[in-house]
Design a protein around this ligand. Structure first.
Ligand code: 5RP
Length: 231
C-alpha cells in the first residue's frame, strides 16, 4: 500500500521543517512518525549528522537515529538547543498543543524547555478548534502514586484510564505510567488545569504544551505547507 494522504501531509511538513536546520545547530527531535520522516530528511541533508549536535526524546527514536547513521550527543554536553522539531496530536488556533500519543511527553517537554524555538510538524487532522476535541489528555505519573492520582482526578470530576500498549506493556521510557484523561469541553481553562494537575504528587508531567510552539508547519495534500506563527 502506498502512502496515505495523511502520510503525504506529514512528509511535506517534515521536509519543510528540516529545511530550516543549519550547520552548527544543536537540534532536538521529539518522537512519532512525523519526526521519523524529519530524521530521514535530516540524514539526507546532513549525512552522518556532520555539523550538528542531536538529541531525541524516546528510546525508539534513539534506535531510528542509529539506523540512519545519525549520532546523538549526551544531554550533559548540551546546555541549550537552537531548535526542536516535533509532532503533535492536537494543535489549537493559539498554537497550544496536546502531545503524548507516542508515550514520550516528559522527554519531549524537557527538550522543548531546553530549546530556543519549538517548531511543530503536523498533518491537517491535528488541527482542532479546542484542545481535547479528539484525544484524551495524557499524564505521565509515578506508578506507586496511581491510586492517589486517580482519586485526585475524580475529586475534580475527571477520570483517568491507564494506557497499555497492544502487547500489554504500560511503562514509559522513564519507567512511569500514562493516564489518559478525557477533557470536559472547550470552556476549560487549560493553563489552570495544567498548573493544578502538576501540583498533584505523582504527576510527573502533562501532555499540555501551552504557549511553547513558535511555529507550526501544516502539511497540505498538494505537498505545500501552511506556516502558522504564534501571534
Ligand atoms: C509523542 C507525540 C507525537 O508527536 C504525536 O503523537 C504525533 O505523532 P505522529 O507524528 O506519529 O502523528 O506527542 O509523544
Amino acid at each position: 500500500m502506498g502512502p496515505t494522504e495523511q502520510d503525504r501531509e506529514k512528509q511535506a511538513a517534515a521536509t519543510h521543517a528540516v529545511q530550516g536546520v543549519r550547520e552548527g545547530m544543536a537540534l532536538a527531535l521529539g518522537s512519532g512518525s512525523t519526526v521519523e520522516m524529519a530524521a530521514r530528511a535530516l540524514a539526507e541533508r546532513f549525512p552522518r549528522g556532520t555539523g550538528l549536535r542531536l538529541a531525541v526524546a524516546s528510546e525508539g527514536m534513539e534506535s531510528r537515529m542509529r539506523s540512519l547513521g545519525l549520532p546523538l550527543t549526551p544531554l550533559s554536553e548540551i546546555d541549550r538547543f537552537d531548535l526542536m522539531l516535533d509532532g503533535a496530536d492536537e494543535v489549537d488556533p493559539e498554537l497550544d498543543l496536546l502531545k503524548g500519543g507516542g508515550w514520550a511527553l516528559f522527554r519531549e517537554k524537557l527538550l522543548a524547555r531546553m530549546s530556543r524555538s519549538l517548531e511543530i510538524m503536523v498533518d491537517r487532522s491535528k488541527l482542532v478548534d479546542h484542545i481535547g476535541r479528539d484525544h484524551p489528555l495524557p499524564l505521565e505519573i509515578v506508578p506507586f502514586a496511581r491510586p492517589y492520582v486517580l482519586r485526585e482526578l475524580s475529586r475534580r470530576g475527571l477520570e483517568g484510564h491507564l494506557r497499555r500498549r497492544p502487547d500489554g506493556t504500560d511503562r514509559t521510557d522513564n519507567g512511569n505510567e500514562i493516564l489518559d484523561v478525557k477533557l470536559p469541553g472547550p470552556s476549560l481553562s487549560l493553563s489552570a488545569l495544567d498548573q493544578e494537575l502538576r501540583t498533584v504528587p505523582g504527576v510527573v508531567e502533562t501532555g499540555l504544551f501551552l504557549g511553547m510552539a513558535a511555529r507550526v508547519y501544516v502539511g497540505l495534500p498538494s505537498g505545500k505547507v501552511e506556516v502558522r506563527q504564534r501571534p
